[in-house]
Design a protein around this ligand. Structure first.
Ligand code: SF4
Ligand code: SF4
Length: 200
């Protein structure tokens, strides 16, 4: 199956799965709304922890109706663009220092840069991918939690075989809430830029 045929099939399946996904997603987001007080803080660590918690709940809720039940790691071989606040949580967990040697990028200015990084890191494993699994599972970025392919086609996530595809991921209200709360001055970069060296 070529890329176009695969995309067509994946989006058809994503449409078919949509009701199931949306039903589960809405249930979780309703619960998250009751927890919004936890987001009413200027403590960036608390804001990120809220995103970790509810990002995971969304992922768990929709996993029964998506391709990810089979587990794989193509989504760990692409640009993972994360905020400084998330990098700090990973740093606390791993003991690794973050680097800010890249030129500071603020979220609203990032669209072109993200596209550039998507090309650069397509197929490149995340520094925290070990033996096919995430070695920082407890503190993995919000984006990682919400990379849930809602079609039944795992292969579409393989950006080496199928570059420039758009995977039908679950929508990311949790991520948007966190990014809004962290604000437009939050520096962001690919996870490999925050942690440039290989984990031993
Ligand atoms: S998003 Fe894609 S690569 Fe990641 S676990 Fe799901 S199917 Fe696999
Ligand atoms: S942090 Fe973990 S889940 Fe996210 S890309 Fe890296 S290895 Fe994968």
């Amino acid at each position: 199956m070529n890329t176009d045929e695969l995309l067509e099939l994946a989006y058809k399946e994503a449409d078919e799965n949509f009701v199931g996904v949306a039903t589960q997603h809405i249930k979780v987001m309703r619960e998250a709304l009751w927890d919004l007080n936890a987001l009413m803080t200027h403590d960036e660590s608390a804001i990120v922890q809220w995103g970790f918690k509810w990002g995971q709940k969304v992922s768990d809720a929709v996993s029964s109706v998506c391709a990810c039940i089979n587990k794989c790691s193509h989504c760990c071989r692409r640009c993972i663009y994360i905020t400084r606040a998330e990098a700090i949580e990973i740093s606390k967990f791993t003991g690794r220092k973050i680097t800010e040697s890249f030129t500071g990028r603020l979220l609203p200015e990032s669209i072109d840069i993200i596209q550039e990084l998507q090309k650069k890191y397509a197929g490149a494993p995340c520094v925290f991918l070990k033996d096919g699994s995430c070695s920082i599972y407890e503190v993995r970025p919000i984006e990682c939690r919400l990379q849930v392919n809602i079609s039944n086609q795992i292969e579409i996530c393989d950006l080496v075989k199928h570059p420039a595809t758009k995977v039908p991921y679950v929508s990311d209200g949790v991520h948007i809430a966190v990014l809004s709360k962290l604000g437009s001055a939050q520096p962001s970069a690919d996870i490999r830029e925050w942690f440039p060296e290989e984990v031993n």
